[in-house]
Write a protein that binds this ligand. Structure first.
Ligand SMILES: Cc1ncc(COP(=O)(O)O)c(C=O)c1O
Length: 407
């Protein structure tokens, strides 16, 4: 067989599988309420399009330096200081990549060896364990409890650390839970990390602009700047600027790690698209972009409210943890699994529930098991408010009169 054992054992992305099934149903003429999406339905800011048009008019077309142009790196450092209140790095400590995912991939590939361990708080974004597996290292899930707001506790962190631990992954705001780490928890996690100077921290800040509790979003480097020599800051334009398809993200890291990241990139994709780099360099710190981020923040704040309120009306819905960031609600579905309609259908797990709700009610969500936490469904609110209301109405209708919908 041509495909390696490691790759054969990797699961396909559940989110993609659900949306593939949703698209197939749509193609058959069904109206689908798709809450599985991981990308905003909004348009990126006009200045970003203007920036690309300018680069095209200038006929820009050449390879850029592998880790990005000087102009974009300066813009990124300025943005990071202004929006995240994080500073203290220089231009050579920035690498611009084809999305935040590539930064994470490069960093883990550049640093991990068989036998190394990566602590991943669970629930988690599915690509973290997949990338660790590809590197040949071991991932160590640490379960985070809903009653603690799905936050990793210092005690659980301490218990998971071994002499082989090389990385801790922190993702705040979090996908799939929407959890935002508060400064007190970050401080206590930092106190543990200070005792283990060999552990690096991968701070995935891709949803940082969508934090509804604080501005800027609390960061481990706010509470413990001395960790800076061991932190990789990951960010990008996919979520904050609704530009998922433009494929641009960045990492800011200590020099030695950055050089490793750059090496991997030089032998895989080289620098990201020169047109997009130009547009981002020109616009990242403009008032128009600042206004855009604020506007989207307002839009998602109100959609979050709308989805939480709507889901609370579902028969059998357990208490919902209101997400503090990103654009997901991670809702316990244990009560729904006990609902008479669902019991009669024989659906016993979150996977069966998500699949059944898609097939029969045409409502698409992602089962929590895919993110390492059974008994939950993830609903995205990166969708129009009308779809939120109608989709939840559809679920309520299904639970109360299932036969009518599945006809
Ligand atoms: C937590 C998290 N990190 C990183 C990414 C990847 O972002 P990008 O599109 O910039 O590669 C995603 C995308 O869904 C994500 O949810």
């Amino acid at each position: 067989m041509i495909v390696s054992q490691t790759v054969s054992e990797l699961g396909a992305s559940a989110t993609l599988q659900m949306s593939k099934k949703a698209k197939a149903l749509e193609a058959q003429g069904h109206k689908i309420f798709d809450f599985s999406v991981g990308e905003p339905d909004l348009s990126p800011p006009q200045v970003l399009f203007d920036g690309v048009m300018e680069a095209i008019k200038e006929k820009q077309h050449l390879y850029t330096p592998v880790s990005g142009t000087l102009a974009i790196k300066k813009s990124i450092l300025h943005y990071t200081q202004h929006h995240q209140n994080l500073s203290g790095w220089d231009v050579p400590q920035v690498c611009v990549s084809t999305g935040a995912k590539q930064v994470i991939y490069n960093a883990l590939m550049a640093s991990l060896e068989p036998g190394d361990e990566v602590i991943i708080p669970s629930p988690y974004w599915v690509s973290y364990p997949a990338i660790v597996k590809l590197s040949g290292a071991r991932w160590v899930p640490v379960s985070c409890n809903e009653h603690n707001g799905f936050k990793l506790t210092p005690e659980a962190l301490q218990a998971a650390i071994t002499p082989n631990t090389k990385w801790l992954v922190l993702n705040s705001p979090n996908n799939p839970t929407g959890t935002v780490y508060d400064t007190d928890t970050l401080y206590r996690l930092a106190e543990v990390l200070k005792k283990f100077p060999k552990i690096f921290i991968l701070s995935d800040d891709i949803y940082e602009a969508l934090c509804y509790t604080h501005r800027p979003c609390p960061h481990i480097l706010h509470v413990c700047p001395e960790l800076q020599s061991r932190v990789l800051v990951v960010n990008g334009i996919s979520k904050s600027l609704a530009a998922t398809g433009w494929r641009l993200g960045w990492g800011i890291a200590p020099q030695s790690l950055l050089e490793g990241i750059e090496k991997i990139q030089s032998h895989s994709t080289s620098g990201p698209c020169c047109l997009v780099q130009h547009a981002v360099a020109q616009t990242l710190n403009t008032p128009q972009l600042e206004a855009y981020i604020l506007e989207n923040h307002g839009i998602f704040t109100s959609r979050r409210h709308c989805l939480v309120k709507a889901l609370q009306r579902l028969p059998g819905m357990d208490t919902l943890v209101t997400p503090m960031g990103a654009f997901y609600v991670f809702a316990s579905c244990r009560g729904i699994l006990h609902h008479p309609t669902i019991r009669a259908l024989g659906w016993r797990t979150d996977r069966e529930l998500a699949d059944g709700l898609l097939t029969h009610a045409h409502v698409c969500s992602v089962p929590g098991s895919e993110f390492g936490q059974e008994g939950y469904l993830r609903f995205s609110y990166a969708v129009p408010p009308k779809l939120i209301e109608e989709g939840v109405e559809r679920l309520i209708h299904f639970l109360t009169t299932p036969s009518k919908i599945s006809e």
